[in-house]
Design a protein around this ligand. Structure first.
Ligand code: ATP
Ligand code: MG
Length: 392
């Protein structure tokens, strides 16, 4: 029934010059998302609107699903677009639309007409009243409710005529790429993919970094993280994935540093490496999946010790979230199943029996100074491999 979609996006924050950037980024993200959908589409901006028009047969469900992954979209309205051929023709189309979609059920409705073209021979009020009357004639079981209607019939008179009466929710947020790049520390756990999703929803283009410690961690563990990257691409677009050889560093921590500081030192070295890779990849911040108090390395004291090594901001979008909320999001975005596959992460190798829960920075620096990690860090950076994950 529909050939086109009207895309709604939040406009409050995007006045002036930024509006163009926002809209262009949104158009480009929509085109990207539709690339893998069956059908040919034309995506265009017109008078402060974005339209997606199918130019061939297309899969409706797949199209809607792809659009529901594009950050910046607030609503997806399947729309009937037609040329203006006079009011009678318009009224016939509106009535046919209402009958076809709602089939004269006992629903309440309201017509909301808007004229972008003020030379149209009727006012919006007149159009509302006249169309309301014709719908009532054609669908006697329906009735008008102007305050809280079940169905809002939108009629827009612009260069063409738009008729739509439903809005499928989009993911909200801002188009990926409108707010710079950041490096996500991606483990195989539940939290970090959700953290990446949250920042991408704010328009941040994500790269990912993952630390592996073979032979303590298996190839399967790395493949699991790569699969998570792939699962994030419908939301995040292309993801550059960096894989850091971390075995030597972990063995050195175990050999030279006091056991109770093991985890916090490891996390500090992760941050140090992440910053160096971030600089090469033009990332302006780091992102982790930490949430306050969740484990020993996520007390405020431990976080302060980790933060102290980073010269760029460390974003922790889940800092105030409960695990149940994080799990809910992981399920909704489709990463939960992969995250709960049972492969070892390097964090779970050499976990101290009694980690220091409230370390001071001074203690930690002293414990870390038992060994000079500079060369090993440089070597890990040099040995880091990269591959790009794309939507498929
Ligand atoms: P997650 O579910 O994201 O693994 P977690 O609750 O298991 O989090 P930790 O294992 O302490 O917590 O890790 C905290 C954060 O450190 C992770 O959210 C992630 O951002 C980062 N991290 C942990 N392990 C790795 C790794 N092997 N590679 C990259 N980042 C990691
Ligand atoms: Mg983890």
């Amino acid at each position: 029934m529909y050939q086109s979609f009207l895309i709604k996006y939040a406009e409050i924050a995007i006045k002036g010059k930024n509006r163009h950037l926002f809209e262009d980024a949104l158009v480009s993200q929509i085109c990207h998302a539709l690339r893998e959908v069956d059908g040919e589409f034309n995506v265009r901006k017109e008078q402060g609107r974005i339209y997606v028009e199918a130019e061939s047969e297309f899969d409706y469900e797949e199209t809607v699903e792809a659009l529901q992954h594009v950050f910046g979209i607030v609503g997806i309205c399947p729309v009937i677009m037609a040329q203006d051929e006079g009011f009678d023709a318009l009224a016939q189309m509106v009535v046919a639309h209402v009958k076809e979609v709602y089939g004269d059920k006992s629903l309440t409705f309201k017509v909301d007409a808007r004229r972008a073209r003020k030379n149209y021979p009727m006012t919006s009020m007149e159009i509302n009243a006249e169309l309301g009357g014709r719908i009532l004639d054609a669908c006697p079981n329906m009735s008008v409710d102007v305050h809280d209607p079940d169905v809002m019939v939108h009629v827009e008179i612009r260069n063409q005529i738009n008729i739509y009466s439903s809005e499928i929710p989009g993911p909200g947020g801002m188009p990926v790429g409108t707010n710079g790049r950041a490096m996500l520390l991606l483990s195989g756990g539940i939290d970090s993919p959700v953290a990446g999703y949250r920042m991408a929803r704010r328009g941040v283009h994500i790269s990912a970094i993952h630390y592996v410690s073979p032979p303590y961690t298996s190839d399967r563990a790395q493949e699991k993280v790569e699969q998570l990257c792939q699962e994030l691409t419908p939301y995040c677009g292309n993801i550059a994935f960096f894989c850091v050889p971390f075995t030597e560093i972990q063995e050195a921590i175990k050999k030279y540093c006091p056991e109770e500081y093991f985890t916090v030192i490891m996390r500090r070295l992760m941050m140090e490496i992440a910053q160096k890779i971030a600089a090469k990849d033009n990332c302006l911040a780091l992102i982790t999946g930490e949430s306050v108090g969740q484990v020993a390395s996520q007390t405020m004291q431990a976080i302060a010790c980790t933060d102290a090594v980073s010269k760029i901001p460390v974003f922790r979008p889940l800092i105030g979230s409960d695990k149940t909320e994080i799990v809910e999001t992981a399920r909704a975005i489709g990463t939960f199943e992969t995250s709960t596959l049972p492969y070892e992460d390097c964090c779970t190798v050499f976990t101290p029996k009694h980690p220091k829960v409230r370390p001071s920075l001074e203690e930690v620096e002293k414990a870390q100074a038992k060994f000079d990690f500079t060369e090993m860090v440089d070597k890990a950076v040099a040995g880091t491999t990269m591959k790009v994950f794309e939507l498929n």
